[in-house]
Each structure stands twice: as C-alpha cells, then as structure tokens.
Design a protein around this ligand. Sequence first.
Ligand code: PEP
Length: 244
Amino acid sequence: MQGKLVLGNWKMNGRHAANLALLQAMLADEDINRAGVGIAAPYPYLAQLGAVFAGSQLAVAAQDVSRYAADGAFTGEVSAAMLSDIGCRYVLIGHSERRQYFAEDDACLRLKLQAAVAAGLVPVYCVGETLEERESGRFAEVVGEQLKALDAIAGQGYVVAYEPVWAIGTGRVASIEQIDEAHQLILGRVLQCHGASASIRVLYGGSVKADNADAILSLASVGGALVGGASLEVKGFGKICQSA
Ligand code: PEP
C-alpha cells in the first residue's frame, strides 16, 4: 500500500529570495522533508526547487505542461521532456484554474496527459465540479466526464486530485461525507476503466488547512492532499504533512 502524497501548489506566487527562505525552512522541517511530499512551483523557479531539494526526498512538480512536441517551434511552451530533464517528478494537469481561464478542454488535457507520461512524469490529473454543477445534482456526471481523459493513459502511472471548484481558495472545505463520496466514485470509475484503482492515489484539494487535515487525510479513500494557499507557509503545511 502506497503512503499518502502531499503536494503543495504555489500557483502564480513566489520570488527567488522569498522562495529560498521558504524552501530552506521546509527542508529543516521533519514533517515536510520526507518521501511523499512535493511542491508545484511556477516554471521559472523549478530549477531553484531542484537545487534546494537536491539530496532530499522532496519532489519537484510543475503546474502545467505543453501538449505539443518535446522540442520545436512552439514559442512560449515548456515541454514534458524539459520538465523531466530538470528533475520534475509530477505535473499538475487540468487544474480548474487552467480549465476556467485557459479554456483547457478534454482534447487538450488528453494530449497533456500523454505528453507527461511519455516523458516519464507522473501526471496529477485534477477534476472537480463547480458550485452550480453540485447544486444542480450533476456532480457525478461532471466528474465522470472529466475522468474520461484518463483513457488516454490507461495502464500508466498517474494520480487523480479531486478538487471541488467551490472549495478552492475559498476557505469553504467539502464535508467529510462529500469528500468520501467523491473519492469512492473516482476510485470506482478508475477501477472500472483501468482495473488498477489499488495503485491510484486520489488526492483531495480545496482549502486543506492545518485544522482540517487530520479529518480529511484519515479517510481511507483519500490518498493525500493537493494544498494551495497553505503550502506558502511552513507551519500549516508541516501540520498537513504530519496528518498524512
Ligand atoms: C489548489 O490550488 O489546488 C488548491 C486546492 O488551493 P487551496 O488549498 O488554496 O484551496
């Protein structure tokens, strides 16, 4: 049985000097500095993470990846091969902010998933419903549709993150019952389609903080956490890692 995985998502935050202080404090924290913990940073800082984490078990993760080729005429893009080359282990794919602000759809996400696994990265595929979709009773349908993109990488290693959009950055966390229901649904779908749910971790993301981490991470269906705001400071993030 795999241990739980805690990934911090810094989103579009950070500057070199402040990152250095934060990363060094993370390295010095024994709850954070261990296998099964990683940070997803903006592209310009991934090499900095790699340098600070060198020799530790902490993982470097990217927040996005190009859907196109490993190299070539795609100005502004960053390929999975490049992320792999600089030591990334994980890459977030389909975060709700990318779906919402950058119109990433199923076809785009399938290509990104394929590009990631082809380069040896572990995709962390994010799914989750909006408040309107939950309130209109369409949560299972929406998440089920989003999960179909995983067919593109059937049989390969990946992680799923269930992140209800209404809980991301809002302080409004899903209830333990809602989280367990969603995770059971996702694990069931993955088993049905890929026959491998035992080895697939489903992380929960959405306002995970020091004070709710124990309850969320003690659920057997929760394989870890994807942590946004709380990964920008050591104390709370350390407590979340300890709960895992
Ligand atoms: C996220 O960005 O994936 C996230 C879950 O953010 P927060 O923890 O701040 O809700």
